[in-house]
Every structure is written in structure tokens, then in C-alpha cells.
Design a protein around this ligand. Structure first.
Ligand code: HEM
Length: 192
């Protein structure tokens, strides 16, 4: 029998299986409660957020600084294989983070209050708006510009160069915003 860890899908399936076991051991009595499901959506939200911000940090800490060090004939390995796959999970995990974050706020009963900065939801409201700006950056600035850079959309050399710089600056903006965003996001639980 093949080791299931050799396959990503079965690895993920085992991870969720272990989480189900954790639920059965720890929280089975709470499954009927609203608070349990609000917690489940927050957990899914955090998983999606880790995938999104993990890839953002991969682009900024690893891929972008490494590109000038890669010989030209090897660059297509990044631009044709790795970057398109990373960008796929990047933009869809951003969308999932927003969706499950908004559902979490709705289930906690403070979606509108947080988005309109009403007390005591100002901190999470600022975190949500920062993350919404970041998600808009992903979908409306980074992705359209990356499509030109990667040749998914036709563009001449000059347009490609401009798109590359704009995408890089938007990605750097998101890296900067991720720091106060996460401060506000996790502050809700402990300092309000
Ligand atoms: C527009 C996007 C986002 C929205 C609407 C949103 C919304 C929320 C909400 C409502 C909570 C629950 C806070 C509470 O009552 O305890 C939360 C928690 C959390 N969010 Fe987000 N979020 C967004 C983006 C992100 C991103 C990008 C990350 C990055 C990893 C993230 C990480 C977290 C974490 C770690 C928590 C748990 C905090 C804790 O339990 O202390 N969120 N988010």
C-alpha cells in the first residue's frame, strides 16, 4: 500500500480526519450550539488566512528576492510552473478568507457594527477593513498585473515591465498591511 503522505489530497484528508477526532473527544457535547459553529467558521477562516498570507510571505520573502539570482534559462520554471500555481491558491485563499471571515463576524453578531467601527468592535473592524483592502489588492491589482507578466494576457515588453512593478508594489503594500491587520484580528479575543 502506498504511504498516504505521498499524496497531498490524502494528507489533507487525514488532517481533517484528525480534526474530526479532536471534535469528538473535546467538543461533541457542544455540536448543537451556535457558539460551536461560529468557532468552526473561525477555524476555517484562520486556515484559509494562513494559506493566503503564507503565500504572500513566500512571494515577498523567497520568490521575488530570488528571481535576480536565477539564470535566465531557468526563470521559466518559476514564471511558467511555480508562480501560476502559487497565484491560483493565493487569490482563492484570499477570497475564502474574506468569505469565512465575514461569516464569522455575522455569526458573532457584529458584522455591521465592526464594519462601521462601533464600540467595542473598533479593533476587529480595523482588522477587517485592512484585510478587505488587501483582498481587493489581490484580485484587482496583483492578479490582473501578474496575468500580463506571466503572459496569460497579451502585453508588450514595456507594459509587462510596468505591470511587474505595479504588482510588486501592491504585494509589498499587502505585506506591510498584514502586520497591523493581524494585530487587530487577534486582538479581538484578548484586548477587545
Ligand atoms: C476580509 C478579510 C477578513 C475578515 C472579514 C476577517 C474577520 C475575522 C473575524 C470576524 C474574526 C473573529 C474575531 C473574534 O470574534 O474573535 C477573525 C479572527 C481571526 N482572523 Fe480574520 N478576517 C479577515 C482576514 C484575515 C486574515 C488575512 C488573516 C490571516 C491569517 C486572519 C486571521 C485571523 C485569526 C488568526 C483570527 C483568530 C483570532 C483569535 O481567535 O484570537 N483574518 N477574523
Amino acid at each position: 500500500m502506498k504511504n498516504p503522505l505521498e499524496n497531498l489530497h490524502s494528507t489533507l484528508l487525514m488532517g481533517f480526519g484528525l480534526a474530526v477526532i479532536a471534535v469528538l473527544i473535546l467538543h461533541v457535547g457542544q455540536i448543537g450550539e451556535h457558539a460551536f459553529w461560529a468557532f468552526i467558521f473561525r477555524w476555517i477562516h484562520v486556515l484559509a488566512g494562513i494559506l493566503w498570507i503564507g503565500l504572500l510571505y513566500y512571494f515577498n520573502f523567497v520568490q521575488t528576492p530570488s528571481m535576480p539570482k536565477i539564470p535566465d534559462d531557468q526563470k521559466p520554471a518559476i514564471s511558467k510552473v511555480i508562480a501560476p500555481s502559487a497565484l491560483f491558491f493565493f487569490r482563492w485563499s484570499a477570497a475564502a478568507t474574506v468569505l469565512f471571515g465575514l461569516i464569522t463576524a455575522l455569526m458573532n453578531g457584529y458584522l455591521v457594527e465592526a464594519l462601521t467601527f462601533q464600540s467595542p468592535f473598533v479593533t476587529i473592524g480595523i482588522g477587517m477593513w485592512l484585510a478587505l483592502i488587501m483582498a481587493a489588492n489581490v484580485w484587482f491589482v496583483i492578479w490582473p498585473n501578474q496575468k500580463k507578466v506571466l503572459g496569460i494576457v497579451q502585453a508588450d515588453a514595456d507594459a509587462k515591465k510596468k505591470a511587474g512593478r505595479l504588482g510588486m508594489l501592491a504585494s509589498r503594500t499587502n505585506t506591510m498591511l498584514s502586520i497591523p491587520m493581524l494585530y487587530c484580528m487577534v486582538g479581538m479575543q484578548n484586548v477587545g
